[in-house]
Design a protein around this ligand. Structure first.
Ligand SMILES: [Zn+2]
Length: 343
């Protein structure tokens, strides 16, 4: 897109006025500063784990919030929590429909080369939807290990210790893999990431079930190809694994960074968090800038009766601008639940 506008701008440079040329250059540089269309949007986050979901709590009441995608649930111990209303689901629903398979572990046909150079990942949102999967000492890191590639991070534990859902999402796989993962849970999250929890002694969830960050999904164990009780934890995007230590400090349980720009180069067993730490710090500023731009974006979830015209008026913009931002036509049919970028 950028290359196309640049080259067409240059080719026409002899034939157009200076003003037009300046306009074309402005468009080109504006595009350069914009995230790719398939980038995922960040919202800024608390870094500490959210509360562990207490199963003794009883729901007393459910009340709507100002956002119809969220409801507020009151518990009998006077605590409350935002819960995503999955009936309305203020999220990109395609995450849970495209490449969704509860039988086969490997579902994505996306190859590494087809992924964008970098993606901004929405780690957690205003729901405070993060909880460490398990807090403890790492016994084996992501990366090459003897003759194999270790696609995850191992954390030592005691058999029966609770394992938590890292973010909100939906259960995709619960299965026993004899020669490898043992009892495995795979969750897919609203932010598009998948997390894998291996070697469990017990699985408490079922495929298709929605889970909330901090929910106990199983118990730690030593099943499958495992030489001692530990959690094998993986993070993947479109099937490609990366070092989860980039995001989580397993010794404290906290999310390590405020901004996560997932770069394509991370999808390599030779790209470890600790190895390019210097580079991480250097790119921090750049990451912050991109995240700030992403955070300035605003979305509208299409409701019944919405039209492009009405959405434009309500958001003080124009139909033409909406079409540009979303790559759609004025005549495009909107579907309920669709996410429309308005700014
Ligand atoms: Zn492992």
């Amino acid at each position: 897109m950028l290359a196309a506008s640049l080259s067409s701008g240059m080719a026409m440079a002899q034939d157009i006025s200076i003003e037009e040329a300046q306009k074309a250059a402005a468009v080109a540089s504006a595009e350069k500063d914009t995230l790719p269309d398939d980038a995922i949007i960040v919202r800024r986050i608390p870094l500490e784990s959210g509360p562990e979901l207490n199963t003794d709590q009883l729901v007393v009441d459910t009340i709507p919030s100002s956002s119809e995608g969220l409801k507020i649930v009151l518990f009998n111990d006077n605590t409350w929590r935002y819960i995503r209303n999955r009936d309305i689901s203020a999220i990109d629903e395609t995450v849970f429909t495209q490449d969704w398979d509860t039988v086969n572990l490997r579902v994505y046909k996306t190859e590494l080369k087809d992924l964008p150079i970098s993606m901004v990942i929405d780690l957690v949102d205003s729901l405070k939807s993060y909880h460490y999967p398990y807090k403890g000492r790492i016994t084996s890191k992501y990366g090459p290990r003897r003759r194999r590639v270790h696609q995850g991070t191992d954390i030592g534990l005691k058999i029966g210790d609770p394992i938590y859902a890292t973010f909100d999402g939906r259960v995709r796989i619960t299965k026993y893999y004899r020669g490898g993962y043992g009892n495995l849970i795979v969750l897919r999250h609203d932010n598009g990431l998948e997390t894998y929890y291996g070697h469990l002694s017990e699985i408490l969830v079922k495929p298709e079930q929605w889970v909330t960050a901090g929910q106990v999904i199983g118990y730690g164990g030593n099943t499958g190809r495992s030489t001692g009780p530990h959690l094998h934890f993986e993070m993947r995007y479109k099937g490609q694994s990366f070092d989860s230590e980039r995001l989580i400090d397993f010794s404290t349980g906290t999310l390590r960074r405020e901004t996560f720009l997932l770069k394509r180069t991370y999808f390599s067993p030779y790209s470890r968090f600790t190895q390019d730490f210097e580079m991480e710090i250097q790119s921090e500023e750049e990451d912050k800038k991109i995240a700030a731009e992403a955070a300035a974006r605003k979305y509208h979830i299409v409701k019944k009766g919405d039209t492009l015209g009405r959405i434009a008026i309500n958001n003080h913009t124009t139909v033409t601008k909406l079409c540009q931002l979303n790559g759609i036509k004025k005549t495009s049919v909107l579907s309920i639940g669709q996410r429309i970028r308005v700014r």
